[in-house]
Design a protein around this ligand. Structure first.
Ligand code: CA
Length: 225
């Protein structure tokens, strides 16, 4: 089922660390739109392209980055709270993100082969983590999720993936990472892990490759065919 070299890579590995948004869920369009609209509400320009470029950062880090670029200062706690609340309010109006069928198909294949499945996400919202356990219930268990709650430093820092290595007991060469975002790729590569990029968003392939991705697929169909 899986071709184009990834099957060969996987045959030598014991497991896969999956990123969540943009890899397991077709959720990034909504997040990009919600962030962009939330900033716009406060008179700040932050186009969806910038959301994709910064995907993986914590909300606080994203807001601070925008303030540094636009106002040459960090955001206050009040500003962070206001903008993040607005983003949360906007995204609540979107339908729930759909899981990528391709991710399920790969997980089914991995399970059959006895490979371990972990999820490493910057998200720390219970709503999304609960949905993950429901939607991927045949493959993902709570003790194999590293969320934003488990780390001090989010992506692009290697801490999320280093934490997954530590908790799983795998060495970096025994697993691969599947990521869709440049900062996620950077985080995984900094943890020394072979990283497959799947470009489900709007960024140029080149950006993911320049972040250090070892392999790149335009979408799930391409990875699985
Ligand atoms: Ca992602």
């Amino acid at each position: 089922m899986i071709k184009k070299g990834i099957d060969k890579v996987l045959s030598q590995k014991k497991g896969v660390f999956f990123d969540m948004d943009g890899v397991l869920y077709d959720s990034m369009g909504a997040h990009a739109d919600a962030w962009s609209r939330a900033f716009h509400h406060f008179g700040i320009y932050f186009p969806p392209q910038m959301v994709y470029l910064n995907e993986g950062r914590t909300a606080q880090s994203t807001i601070n980055l925008v303030f540094q670029q636009n106002e040459d200062r960090l955001a206050t706690d009040f500003e962070i709270e206001q903008i993040y609340s607005k983003k949360t309010e906007i995204i609540a109006g979107y339908p729930d993100a759909a899981p990528f069928e391709g991710a399920m198909m790969l997980m089914a294949d991995l399970k059959k082969q006895g490979k371990a499945i972990w999820v490493v996400t910057g998200s720390s919202q219970d709503k999304y983590l609960k949905a993950l356990l429901l939607d991927f219930k045949d493959f993902v268990s709570a003790d194999r999720i590293i969320s934003g709650k488990n780390v001090v430093h989010g992506k692009p820092h290697p801490e999320p993936y280093l934490t997954a290595l530590h908790k799983s007991g795998f060495k970096s060469h025994e697993v691969i990472v599947i990521e869709n975002a440049p900062l996620g790729v950077e985080s995984a590569k900094a943890a020394g892990i072979f990283t497959v990029a799947i470009n489900t968003g709007i960024l140029d392939d080149r950006i993911l490759l320049e972040s250090g991705a070892d392999m790149l697929f335009p979408d799930w169909n391409d990875l699985l065919k």
